[in-house]
Each structure stands twice: as C-alpha cells, then as structure tokens.
Design a protein around this ligand. Structure first.
Ligand code: ZN
Length: 152
C-alpha cells in the first residue's frame, strides 16, 4: 500500500508541477469560473464541443497542488468523451472521493483510471473541495451550454 501511496503522491506532484492542458482557449464552446473560498483556489475551464463530444478542454487559474493536479487530470480524463460520459465520470469520481462508491461503480460506466490517485483525499474533508473544484466547474460549463438561448 505504501508503494501505491507514493505513486499517487508522485502523480499529484507531477501534475501540479507540469499541469496538462493549462492554457486559455481562444474560442471555447462554453466556459465557467470556479472558486473554492475555503482554500482560495480559482479556476476557469474551457470546453470545445464537437456535437456531443468534448473535443478539447483546458483550464487556467491558481490554486493549491491538489486543485491544480485535479484540474490537469480532469482535462485528460474527459477529453474525447461525450458530455453525458463526462458527467457520469464526475459522479463516479465524486462518489469515490467522498467514500460513497456504489456497487455498479466497480464494473460499469467510465473508468476512473488515473483519477484513483485522489482516492485518499476523502480522509481530508477540506481537500475534497480542492479535488472536485475543476469538476464542478466543467459541469457548470457544460450545463450552461444546455440552457435555452433567450433573445429577450
Ligand atoms: Zn485547494
């Protein structure tokens, strides 16, 4: 277990030091701002949709190591997925991190893969918000996309 813990730690540190997809997007399909006042993490997530598929996703912002690494891994995880797959993945990630995994999570839906590195974060309740900020933010971006356009 110690080796696994070290591996997780290393991956979080690596993604914090060299975050993937950390850049502004010129013309995103949708975007949203996220803020975690408990820790001071701020993030903006950009999504480029092609039909129902997340063709590209990026973020920028400043925050603690957990929030930055989580944003980096989030972008890697949702790229190429459909909007509903991305939302399902967030649901699964959220249940993992809050220790509420469901039986169906073991063998159904999208794979958590590297996101498992955050499985230990649930032991630190204040850190859960850091680890889920990027996910709440992309969810907000994707849901805004679904809002009916008003001309009023
Ligand atoms: Zn934080």
């Amino acid at each position: 277990m110690t080796d696994l813990h070290d591996l997780y730690q290393e991956m979080i540190l690596d993604h914090n030091k060299r975050p993937r997809n950390c850049r502004r997007m010129a013309a995103p399909s949708c975007s949203a701002d996220g803020h975690n006042p408990l820790c001071g993490d701020r993030i903006k997530v950009y999504v480029d949709l092609e039909g129902d598929v997340v063709k590209d996703v990026s973020f920028e912002g400043s925050g603690c190591a957990i929030s930055t690494a989580s944003a980096s891994l989030m972008t890697e995880s949702v790229k190429g997925k459909t909007v509903s797959e991305a939302k399902a993945l967030f649901g699964k990630f959220h249940r993992m991190i809050t220790g509420q995994r469901e039986a169906t999570d073991q063998n159904g839906g999208p794979e958590l893969g590297k996101l498992e590195v955050f499985s230990g974060v649930g032991r630190f309740p204040t850190r859960v918000k850091c680890a889920t900020l990027a996910w709440h933010t992309i969810k907000a971006a994707l849901e805004d996309q679904d809002k009916p356009v008003t001309t009023e």
